[in-house]
Design a protein around this ligand. Structure first.
Ligand code: PLP
Length: 404
């Protein structure tokens, strides 16, 4: 038999199509979907041994071969020793909180993070005595000043939703490690094709597989990528007991989605840059937020940290008088679209348009929303794979008929 173990040094595009568990005895070329919750044990002694050690397959809340394939592939892409799947991105964050923190511990978070993340830490885990300080996304000194003796975790997201603010991962890793804390990075927007946070010093990479990893808007999924020790000792026991487990079917869909991650994300970045440049030239648009534009405040950092690419998400702000007028204009632009979808998601092949102030960030208080820099005139576009000029024409339907 020939040696078909993968050689070392393979590049991300290759890892994305090749890394998985070994083929079954049937030699299937496409990865198998093991849609089973339980596993037959050869005898009672082996069953006892597997239950005691946690090794081998017993029950799908503990592990499933398709989920293992997803975890191996994602860990290979992120450059971490291990990864562990979760039912959703938020499920992955819940696993991280339960695995790492206890009452009295302190966390530092950017106030521009994903809305549900802010609520999970500030509101839900505040109830259990986890203290959270919210700081500026971009001001490294604010992060440093927020450190306390009980700080256990710094959690960053870059670029952020929807204003694409970029933070300096390497600088935050230094602050975390000097404080004896860990740095976790939400890499859902950038994907490992643009940025690999562990190479910049992060300890944990969190993913919403629902977004670019699936890439076709089909299933919910999440994951944490980290050292084998963190996964085995801190995270796996939580999934096993708390049950925010990734379904094998969803794992399989995302596993296959990852095979096209490289080509999709590069095309989406190109399309987004084209649309962002065009939007900057439109008279009705006050400001465009996109890391690939030289006008972006952290453009240079973003290009250095993100492999020279701006990502697939951009936002823009309409010239507004009052908040009510700005909201009416934003709704007009959104409702005039005939190609773009009004939907909650991003990273899909189909371009999605949304109004963050009344959707993803609608549960925040007005003060939190303003702290995050989101106004009633802010529109987010998660650019897909349509021709960029069709996206522009669709936006122009509403922009061109706005009364100034
Ligand atoms: C969507 C998203 C999440 C949450 O992921 P779900 O899969 O929806 O639970 C977290 N962070 C970011 C940046 C996201 O876009």
């Amino acid at each position: 038999m020939k040696d078909d173990s993968l050689p070392s040094g393979l590049r991300p595009e290759t890892l994305a199509v090749r890394v998985a568990i070994e083929r079954s005895q049937y030699g299937e070329h496409s990865e198998a979907l093991y849609l089973t919750s339980g596993f037959v044990q050869p005898d009672a002694a082996t069953s006892a041994e597997r239950f005691a050690s946690g090794e081998g397959y017993t029950y799908a809340r503990t592990s499933n071969p398709t989920v293992t394939s997803f975890e191996k592939r994602l860990a290979a892409l992120e450059g971490t020793e291990a990864a562990i799947g979760a039912a959703s991105g938020m499920g992955a964050i819940l696993m991280m909180i339960m695995g790492l923190l206890k009452s009295g511990d302190h966390v530092i978070l950017s106030r521009s993070m994903f809305g549900s993340t802010l609520n999970l830490f500030g509101k839900e885990f505040g109830k259990f005595g986890v203290e959270t300080t919210f700081v500026s996304q971009t001001d490294v000194d604010e992060w440093r000043a927020a450190v306390r003796p009980n700080t256990r975790l710094l959690f960053a997201e870059t670029p952020t939703n929807p204003l694409t603010e970029v933070c300096d991962i390497a600088a935050l890793a230094e602050i975390a490690h000097a404080a004896g804390a860990l740095l976790a990075v939400d890499n859902a927007f950038a994907t490992p094709l643009l940025q690999r946070p562990v190479e910049l010093g992060a300890d944990i990479v969190m993913h919403s597989g629902t977004k670019y990893l699936d890439g076709q808007g089909r299933v919910m999924a999440g994951a944490l990528c980290a050292s084998q020790q963190l996964v085995t000792e801190k995270f796996a026991p939580i999934v096993r007991t708390a049950g925010m487990v990734l379904s094998p079917f969803n794992a399989w869909v995302v596993l296959k989605g990852m095979e096209t991650l490289g080509v999709r994300v590069k095309a989406q970045c190109d399309n987004a840059l084209t649309v962002a440049r065009w939007l900057e030239a439109q008279p009705q648009v006050a400001r465009v937020f996109y890391p690939g534009l030289p006008s972006h405040p952290q453009h240079e950092l973003a290009m250095r940290q993100q492999n020279g690419l701006g990502g697939g998400v951009l936002s823009f702000e309409l010239r507004g008088d009052s908040p009510e007028a700005a909201r009416a204009k934003a709704f007009h632009v959104i409702d005039s679209c005939r190609v773009l979808s009004i939907a909650t998601n991003l990273g899909d092949t189909k371009t999605i348009i949304s109004h963050p102030a009344t959707t993803s960030h609608g549960r925040l208080t007005e003060a939190q929303r303003q702290g995050a820099g989101i106004s009633q005139g802010t529109i987010r576009v998660a650019v897909g794979l349509e021709h960029p000029e069709d996206v522009q024409d669709d936006l122009l339907r509403g922009l061109g008929s706005l009364t100034q």
